[in-house]
Design a protein around this ligand. Structure first.
Ligand code: ARG
Length: 453
C-alpha cells in the first residue's frame, strides 16, 4: 500500500505494534459505507466513470457481505481495516480498485469511520441506559407506599418512599442520556474530504457526502478534522459517568442485600455462590457492575493521555483511540443489561424495611413540631437532641419516653407530640416537588415514565 519508497519489510514485532486490523476490523461496515459514498462522489467529480463506480460499488458490496457472514479472507499482512478492504476489493474487481483512494487519505478515512462507529454506539448505549431505567421503573411501580430508611453518611437519616430512593438512581442515567445526545451533535460531523492534512483537490460535494452518511454537518478545517478525537473523549466521559452511576446503584444494592440490612433479595440468576462456604449467595452482578466502572474511567484516562501534547494534525498515536473506545462500549453493553436484569428481578422485603425504620429518624419531625408552635429551629434542634440522649441513656426508643420527660425539656410539648412518631406522616409532610411526599413522588414517577415514552 505504501511500499514504493521502501526496500525492506517491517520487523515482525514492529508489524505487530503497527497493525490495527485485529481491533479496527470492528469498523468494517463503517469503512465500506464510507468508501461507497466516496466512490459515488468521485464519480460525480469526474474522477471515475459511472462504469468504474458501479464496479467499485459491486465489489464493495461483495466485501461487505463477506464481513457480514464472517467469510472475509483476512491476511496477516493486512495493516488495518482500510487497507484490508482495499486489498480485498482489488482481488474482487481488479485494477479499478486502485482508483478508490483517489483524493482521500487514511487520515480522513479513519476519522470518518470512527465517527460513524461512535454514532451507532451512542444509539446502543442509549438503549442500554433505557434498559436500566425501565428496570428502575418496574420496581418503582411495584413499590407502592413502602418506606425505606434514607441514609446519609450510611447512618439512618429520614424515612423516604422506596420509590423515591429507586428514582434517585433514574435521574443520573437520564442526565447521561442527555449528555450522549449532546455529544452526538459533535460526532455526526464529516471529516471526509480533508485528505491527509490539506484537503482533497477533487471537486467533491462534502455536504452530499455528509448527508449520505447520516451526518448533519461538515468539518471546517482539514488540519483539525483529521486529528480531532474530542468526540471520543466526550463519549468516554459519558461512559465513565455511566459507570460511576451504575457503581453507586450497585453499591446500594450490595449492602441492602446483605443480611445486616436484608432490604432486598437478588434472584439466583444474578447471584453466585462460594466454593468454600455453602451458605453464601453473593451479589456478584452488582459487584462486577461496580468494578467495571474502574475500566470505564481508565478508558477516559487513556484517550485524554494520548491526546495531551500531541502535535497538530494526524500522528500515529491516534490509532490508540480505538481500543479504549471499543472496550468501553463492550463493557457498557455487557454490564448495563445485567444490572437491569438484576434490579428488575430483585425482591424488596417489606418486613426488613419496617425493621430498618428506627423512630430516631423522626427526630427532625419532633423538632418541626416545636417550630410549628413558635420555637426557633436552633432551640428545637437542641431540645430534641436532649430527648434523643435521654432515650439512649434509658435504653428506650424516644416514642417510649413519658410525656412529662418531653415537657421537662420543653414545656411546649403536648400529648399530640406522639403523632410525630409516624413514618407515614413524616413522608406525607414533604409535599414540595422533588420531595418524598406521595403526590410529589407520583408526579416524579410520571415524569420518569415520560422520559421513556
Ligand atoms: N490505522 C490507522 C489509525 O487507526 C489509520 C490511519 C493511518 N494513517 C496513516 N497516516 N498511517 O489511525
Amino acid at each position: 500500500m505504501w511500499g514504493g519508497r521502501f526496500s525492506q519489510g517491517l520487523d515482525a514485532l514492529m508489524a505487530e505494534l503497527n497493525n490495527s486490523f485485529p481491533f479496527d476490523r470492528a469498523m468494517w461496515a463503517q469503512d465500506i459505507r464510507g468508501s461507497m459514498a466516496w466512490a459515488r462522489q468521485i464519480c460525480v467529480a469526474g474522477v471515475i466513470t459511472s462504469t468504474e463506480r458501479d464496479d467499485l460499488l459491486r465489489g464493495l458490496q461483495v466485501v461487505y457481505d463477506e464481513f457480514a457472514s464472517g467469510a472475509f479472507p483476512a491476511k496477516t499482512a493486512d495493516e488495518d481495516i482500510h487497507s484490508a478492504v482495499e486489498r480485498r476489493l482489488g482481488e474482487v474487481v481488479g485494477a479499478v480498485a486502485g482508483k478508490l483512494h483517489t483524493g482521500r487519505s487514511r487520515n480522513d478515512q479513519v476519522a470518518t469511520d470512527i465517527r460513524l462507529w461512535v454514532m451507532a454506539a451512542i444509539a446502543r448505549t442509549d438503549e442500554c441506559l433505557q434498559e436500566v431505567q425501565r428496570a428502575i421503573l418496574v420496581q418503582a411501580d411495584a413499590a407502592g407506599d413502602l418506606i425505606i430508611p434514607g441514609y446519609t453518611h450510611v447512618q439512618r437519616a429520614q424515612p423516604i418512599l422506596l420509590r423515591h430512593w429507586l428514582l434517585s438512581h433514574f435521574w443520573p442515567l437520564q442526565r447521561d442520556r442527555e449528555r450522549l445526545a449532546d455529544c452526538l451533535t459533535r460526532v455526526a460531523v464529516l471529516p471526509l474530504g480533508s485528505g491527509a492534512i490539506a484537503g482533497t483537490p477533487l471537486k467533491v460535494d462534502r455536504r452530499a457526502l455528509a448527508a449520505e452518511l447520516g451526518m448533519h454537518d461538515i468539518s471546517r478545517n482539514s488540519v483539525d478534522a483529521i486529528s480531532d478525537r474530542d468526540f471520543i473523549a466526550e463519549y468516554l466521559f459519558v461512559a465513565a459517568m455511566v459507570g460511576i452511576h451504575i457503581s453507586r446503584l450497585s453499591e446500594d444494592m450490595v449492602f441492602f442485600s446483605s443480611a445486616e440490612y436484608g432490604f432486598v433479595s437478588l434472584a439466583d440468576a444474578y447471584s453466585t455462590g462460594s466454593s468454600l462456604m455453602p451458605q453464601k449467595k453473593n451479589p456478584d452482578s452488582f459487584e462486577l457492575a461496580r468494578g467495571k466502572s474502574g475500566r470505564l474511567v481508565g478508558s477516559l484516562m487513556t484517550i485524554l493521555t494520548v491526546l495531551k501534547g500531541l502535535p497538530s494534525a494526524y500522528n500515529k498515536d491516534l490509532q490508540e483511540d480505538k481500543e479504549p473506545l471499543f472496550d468501553a462500549v463492550r463493557t457498557i453493553e455487557l454490564t448495563l443489561p445485567v444490572a437491569a436484569g438484576a434490579l428488575a428481578t430483585a425482591t424488596f422485603n417489606r418486613a426488613a424495611l419496617l425493621r430498618g425504620l428506627d423512630d430516631a429518624m423522626l427526630a427532625t419531625d419532633v423538632a418541626d413540631y416545636l417550630v410549628d408552635r413558635g420555637v426557633p429551629f436552633r432551640t428545637a434542634h437542641k431540645v430534641v437532641g436532649q430527648l434523643v440522649r435521654i432515650a439512649e441513656e434509658r435504653g428506650v426508643k424516644m416514642v417510649a419516653l413519658p410525656l412529662d420527660v418531653f415537657q421537662s425539656v420543653d414545656a411546649t410539648f403536648k400529648a399530640d407530640v406522639m403523632e410525630c412518631f409516624s413514618m407515614a406522616a413524616s413522608v406525607a409532610a414533604r409535599t414540595v416537588p422533588g420531595a418524598t411526599g406521595h403526590q410529589a413522588v407520583a408526579e416524579q414517577l410520571a415524569a420518569a415514565h415520560a422520559c421513556l415514552a
